[in-house]
Design a protein around this ligand. Structure first.
Ligand SMILES: Nc1ncnc2c1ncn2[C@@H]1O[C@H](COP(=O)(O)OP(=O)(O)O)[C@@H](O)[C@H]1O
Ligand SMILES: [Mg+2]
Length: 266
């Protein structure tokens, strides 16, 4: 479903700020794979997602989605294949539009139907049923402006919009990190539910090592622009945070320093 080959990206090449953000990355996902991604700040995690979404173009390498080479395809043309949720709950939805209008946009985007604001009775029922799955009572607030929702509600709506039309790839970039613990837990369980329901092929970046272990069927660790560890389906079942810390130390010859990762391990 997704294939990254030799993806290389240097920012500010030839200047004192030169930074190799991705160093010849290879990654392959089968349909239905749910891969969690951990790694220190600046490891290249978000840059990798930007490559997949088309927000950035690699200097070297190719990207295939569903066996199609999309390396040169601009972001807006790739959006039909991709659902994405960011850390910022404000980023995925339009605040001045209603819940219903936001859903209508998500609905038309991936189905290539063009943006139509109108909502038929049939679609309204579809939207209501989808909103019910969030268990936030949003199905009774279809005409509420999204700007009035709480951060957690908005992130739940973003998640619903990103998964609504069965994207080939779902990209989640620390999408629970900005929420308080109870809201984060809610979004985590919704994520699990929505991904499992449609067997979505998913990449999820998280700072929470326990979350990375608990969710998904594969795990990768990134550091300095490289994938330094891949944990497969069988191995992942018995994985502990201690294993991950030890593996990092074995590979890098130094202790893993991540205050946030350590904190969330408690
Ligand atoms: N648009 C950009 N311009 C210059 N440098 C960037 C840009 N985006 C990311 N970087 C740099 O590339 C490296 C990887 O960043 P990023 O992918 O955001 O890391 P992560 O998401 O793992 O924390 C960092 O050193 C970051 O400063
Ligand atoms: Mg990031």
């Amino acid at each position: 479903m997704l294939n990254l080959q030799q993806i290389h990206k240097i920012f500010n090449e030839g200047t004192p700020d030169e930074k190799i953000a991705l160093n010849h990355i290879n990654l392959s996902l089968e349909k239905g794979d749910f891969v969690t991604i951990i790694g220190s700040n600046g490891a290249g995690k978000s840059t990798m997602m930007n490559m997949i979404s088309g927000a950035l173009t690699p200097d070297v390498g190719t990207i295939q989605i569903a066996n199609k080479d999309v390396t040169k395809l601009p972001e807006y043309k790739r959006s039909q294949y991709i659902g994405r949720v960011f850390q910022d709950p404000m980023a995925g939805t339009a605040p001045t539009m209603t819940i219903e209008e936001n859903l209508a946009i998500a609905y038309s985007r991936n189905k290539k139907r063009g943006v139509r604001r109108g909502v038929s009775k049939e679609r309204k029922q579809l939207f209501q049923a989808a909103l019910e799955s969030l268990h936030l009572n949003l199905e009774n607030r279809l005409h509420a402006k999204v700007g009035l929702l709480s951060g957690g509600e908005r992130q739940a709506l973003s998640l619903l919009m990103a998964t609504f039309t069965n994207p080939n790839i779902l990209l989640l970039d620390e999408h629970t990190a900005a929420l308080d613990p109870s809201r984060a837990a809610l979004i985590t369980s919704l994520t699990k539910e929505l991904v499992e329901k449609d067997e979505l092929t998913t990449l999820m970046i998280t700072h929470d090592m326990q979350q990375a272990i608990d969710l998904g069927n594969r795990l990768i660790m990134m550091d300095k622009g490289q994938i330094i560890l891949e944990v497969g389906k069988e191995e992942k079942k018995n994985l502990t945070i201690e294993d991950l810390m030890n593996e990092f130390q074995r590979i890098r010859g130094e202790k893993m320093v991540s205050d946030r990762a350590l904190l969330s391990a408690t």
